[in-house]
Design a binder for this molecule. Structure first.
Ligand SMILES: Nc1ncnc2c1ncn2[C@@H]1O[C@H](COP(=O)(O)OP(=O)(O)OP(=O)(O)O)[C@@H](O)[C@H]1O
Ligand SMILES: [Mg+2]
Length: 248
């Protein structure tokens, strides 16, 4: 039974298409895109601005419905779920770090991190909250509101919130987009540690070769589909070289 289960990928995207607009203004963003994130894998998605990376993440998260195709998380078809079902499923199994953070301004740091768990009518684990905030360098900022934080601090709150409920799958949209190189490196190291310790699967979108090099696999998106995939072997230089070669 367990063996059977371990063959199920954390995420399976099958022939997903998604476009926006109507008539002449119609733009096809994802075109029959397929992608598999094996259980326990850490993968990065790269590609030009506007190529559909955030759209892909939102479709996987169940926040945007695809026009066609299927998304399965841990073997469950999220595209077939009702809105309410998908929301409940997401709160329990998926942690999302949005490109624009999506923190709630009226709540402080600790309350923002606990929010998805409270919405799920569960009791937040105080020890885990302390540990995560400490780990992310936010222990002394737990009573601050988002507007009283720097961009990098807000980003770390968003990461803490995504990880708080120990999700099976973490989806992160440019989680280091607002950080300096050293801080971005710190977030990468942290994600890698958490990935190892908590056995979650991570799908992360980034423009940064240093961040992409932390992943086991890098996928390049072009014309709405995964056009190439490779193992960066921890080498940001190799990612840059492949990227330039690919998108030249
Ligand atoms: N809600 C929407 N309505 C209409 N068009 C949209 C919508 N969301 C995204 N788009 C368009 O879809 C395309 C892909 O957008 P998306 O945000 O997925 O790109 P991206 O690869 O994440 O870019 P970036 O690297 O700049 O974040 C863009 O051309 C964008 O303008
Ligand atoms: Mg984006």
């Amino acid at each position: 039974m367990d063996n059977e289960k371990s063959d199920v990928p954390a995420v399976r995207v099958s022939a997903v298409s998604k476009g926006y607009g109507k008539g002449a203004a119609r733009a096809e963003v994802l075109r029959s895109l397929s992608l598999e994130l094996p259980k326990g894998a850490f993968a990065a998605v790269m590609g030009a601005s506007g190529c559909g990376k955030s759209t892909l993440l939102h479709v996987v998260a169940g926040l945007v419905a695809p026009d066609s195709g299927k998304v399965e998380i841990g073997g469950r078809d999220v595209t077939a779920m009702s809105d309410g079902e998908a929301t409940r499923f997401r709160r329990r199994h998926v942690g999302v770090v949005f490109q624009s953070f999506n923190l709630v301004e009226s709540l402080d740091v600790a309350e923002n991190v606990e929010l998805p768990v409270r919405l799920d009518h569960a009791r937040p684990d105080a020890e885990r909250l302390d540990a995560l905030l400490r780990r992310l360098g936010l222990a002394d900022k737990r009573r601050r509101r988002p507007r009283e934080l720097s961009g990098g601090e807000r980003q770390r709150v968003a990461i803490a919130r995504a990880l708080f409920a120990k999700p099976d799958v973490v989806l992160a949209d440019e989680p280091t987009g607002n950080l300096d190189v050293a801080a971005a490196h710190g977030i990468c190291a942290l994600l890698r540690e958490l990935h190892r310790e908590e056995h979650c699967s991570i799908l992360l979108v980034t423009h940064d070769p240093v961040v992409a090099a932390c992943a086991g696999t890098v996928h390049f998106l072009r014309e709405g589909a995964v056009a190439a995939s490779f193992a960066p072997g921890g080498d940001p230089g190799a990612v840059s070289a492949r990227y330039l070669e690919f998108y030249r």
